[in-house]
Design a protein around this ligand. Structure first.
Ligand SMILES: N[C@@H]1[C@@H](O)[C@H](O)[C@@H](COP(=O)(O)O)O[C@@H]1O
Length: 243
């Protein structure tokens, strides 16, 4: 794993945003895997600025998102559908028909998961997957104990994840308890992965990710099995990592 240590969130966003924009410029038809959460917001902001000032075009880019809550209407500001439109898609020249997010309101959720996998395969797989990390080591919404062989599926959220994500909602009770999430095997099939982390709250998770054992009890440790992972993290997030 390649580790890029940055001093602050702004530098993290610039580093990640420039890496992604550079890949888009060299491969205009790239398939990007995108993440939600607070961490990638600055990266998306950088990509929007770069699109406006340098003209990097997303007109032929396709995107697949990692996950979506079950039971939130698309119009709910906390749905990942709304999040992606607001923080990125509405501000770049992407064809929104080429942006894919699991449908957390599908009448047949199992079929939706299977279709999502089919969609990724039809796109030729994910070229570059952006990831964040949960304090408990979750990637996408794959909570501890998820099989490394998992594919897109309906997953329950842990108490810890619900508490962590409650900050985006008006109350904890409003946080959905289930989601559709790309599986760990799906994520591992991406050709390249960039994982972002900031702040002290992620320090323990980052030390387990980098120095810990590969175990399904800590989902992000699966990334140790991938040959092209870049971690971009600030000093606080890397403060417990052994050199
Ligand atoms: N499903 C998302 C994850 O993909 C994300 O990595 C995590 C961390 O979020 P944050 O960046 O806000 O710490 O939050 C959510 O649970």
């Amino acid at each position: 794993m390649k580790i890029i240590k940055v001093t602050n969130e702004l530098e993290l966003s610039k580093t990640a945003g420039e890496m992604i924009a550079g890949k888009v410029r060299s491969n205009p038809e790239i398939v990007l895997g995108l993440a939600t959460g607070g961490t990638p917001v600055g990266t998306y902001k950088y990509m929007i600025e770069d699109h406006k000032t340098n003209g990097t075009s997303y007109s032929k880019v396709s995107t697949v998102n990692l996950d979506e809550y079950i039971g939130l209407q698309k119009s709910n500001p906390n749905s990942y559908y709304s999040f992606m439109k607001e923080t990125l898609f509405d501000h770049i020249d992407i064809n929104q028909e080429n942006t894919f997010i699991p449908d957390g309101n599908a009448s047949d959720l199992e079929a939706e998961c299977a279709n999502y996998e089919k969609r990724i395969a039809e796109l030729g797989g994910v070229d570059l997957q952006l990831l964040g990390i949960g304090r408990n080591g979750h990637i996408a919404f794959n909570e501890p104990g998820t099989s490394f062989d998992s594919r897109t599926q309906v997953v329950p959220l842990t108490k810890e994840t619900i508490e962590d994500n409650a900050r985006f909602f008006s109350s904890r009770e409003e946080v959905p308890t289930k989601a559709i999430s790309m599986g760990i095997q799906t994520i591992l099939e991406s050709k390249e992965i960039i994982l972002l982390a900031t702040g002290k709250s992620k320090a323990d998770a980052m030390s387990k990710l980098i120095n810990g054992e590969v175990t399904e009890d800590f989902p992000a440790s699966a990334l140790q099995k991938h040959s092209n992972v870049t971690i971009i993290a600030d000093e606080e997030a890397l403060s417990l990592v052994k050199e």
